[in-house]
Design a protein. Structure first.
Length: 399
């Protein structure tokens, strides 16, 4: 399973230049951990950083212009950092497997003469550096024209794309002749950004088993149908986890209505009749959804969740953080998990290496640093003090 080692965003709203993890090929910055939490005050840029991951994924799934024009973004000029004229730039450093060299993908977006956003440049570059020799890129495009490698390792071949709003990764990644581009495309396409809301899980979708949970969570009943049918043992494991975390929940199942809608039913030990999802608390539905997502037999390579603590009992947050870590480190195909949080109880379960702090500067732009870079914090955690408690006591805030 590919893993992100670093993620850099430039000229994107308050993120004029923010790097999460390791980007440069030769430096002493540790790469991102399997579980990463981003904390900070309101307005520090956590949601913007979360959206930067989503923006890159949307550029692939749609095109550059459509991704900029999504309702929450409002167009390119509202996205570009105030007073900045340089392109919006996103860079991802990742490894396809632990024993393979790192690879970087860099996308720069600007507007053309008509004011419409385009992909100005795309570079997919391996770390095949020996001495003064520059690495041969898998893909290097400027305004849709450039060179790509045919085959693996391959031979450089010129290409000229017709639509500057479509990513080269999206177009060339569908061709068998470009296996490394295809692998990155599949990796990026597989990212899961949770836009889950409890109300979405209370919807009544058309019945029919579905293998994976969608990003809103409104097909949760369909996923339960699939697991009941094809992964019954794994589903029983999810139920046991739920029963341990939420006292009283004994059984979860689906029922198909006469008009072919799927109802999710929760059986509580203290009641004869089951409760439907429409009657369950936000916290119960949220915890069940996360458990179901983590138990996906074919998990996404990257899971991003914004503020998973909302609606959950505080004492469950350390448990949830541990669940995230266990799944992020448990197997070769384990997903990498990135969350944003406001909750010290959640952070209590984390190490300083797993926590990054976003801060808004006097100039209105965000900066980021790792909690483990603060020597006092690192020493206090080593003495047994919980990291979330230190955060609550302002030890993670330089001001």
């Amino acid at each position: 399973m590919p893993k992100i080692e670093g993620f850099r965003v430039q000229n994107y709203r308050s993120l004029r230049d923010v790097t999460l993890g390791r980007i440069e090929f030769e430096n002493d910055v540790d790469p991102l951990s399997p579980l990463t939490a981003i904390i900070g005050k309101n307005g520090s840029g956590k949601s913007t950083l979360f959206d930067a991951f989503g923006f890159l994924a949307d550029c692939l799934a749609m095109d550059v212009e459509a991704a900029c024009d999504k309702e929450q973004r409002g167009g390119f000029e509202r996205m570009r950092s105030q007073g900045e004229q340089k392109p919006i730039r996103v860079e991802v450093r990742y490894r396809e497997a632990p024993d393979t060299p790192p690879i970087s993908y860099t996308l720069s977006i600007d507007i053309d003469r008509t004011g419409r956003p385009i992909a100005v440049s795309e570079v997919l570059l391996p770390q095949w550096v020996t001495g003064d020799t520059d690495p041969l890129p898998f893909m290097r495009l400027l305004h849709g024209s450039g060179l790509v490698l045919m085959g693996d390792p391959g031979q450089a071949t010129p290409v000229d794309l017709t639509d500057p709003r479509q990513l080269g990764v999206a177009t060339l990644g569908t061709l068998r002749d470009h296996p490394r581009i295809a692998r990155f495309r599949d990796f990026l396409k597989g990212w899961y950004l949770s836009y889950f809301t409890p109300d979405a899980t209370r919807s009544l979708p058309i019945a029919g088993p579905q293998r994976h949970l969608n990003m809103r969570g409104d097909n949760i009943g369909n996923v339960v149908q699939f697991m009941e049918r094809d992964n019954r043992e794994r589903f029983q494991l999810v139920l046991r986890h739920i029963a341990e975390r939420i006292p009283g929940i004994e059984k979860i199942e689906t029922r198909v209505t006469e008009d072919n809608r799927v109802l999710l039913r929760f059986n509580d030990r203290g009641f004869t009749d089951p409760f439907f999802a429409q009657q369950m608390s936000n916290g119960t539905l949220k915890l069940f959804t996360y458990m179901l997502l983590l138990e996906d037999p074919e998990p996404p390579p990257l899971i991003c969740i914004e503020e998973p603590e909302n609606g959950l009992y505080p004492k469950l947050l350390e448990v949830l953080a541990q669940e995230f870590r266990d799944h992020a480190t448990g197997a070769d195909n384990a997903p990498q998990i990135i969350v944003t949080t406001h909750q010290p109880y959640f952070v209590d379960a984390l190490s300083p290496e797993e926590v990054w702090i976003l801060e808004k500067g006097a100039d209105g732009f965000s900066t980021i640093r790792r909690a483990s870079d603060i020597e006092l914090v690192r020493n206090m955690v080593a003495e047994g003090l919980p990291l979330g408690g230190l955060w609550f006591s302002d030890y993670l805030d330089p001001r």
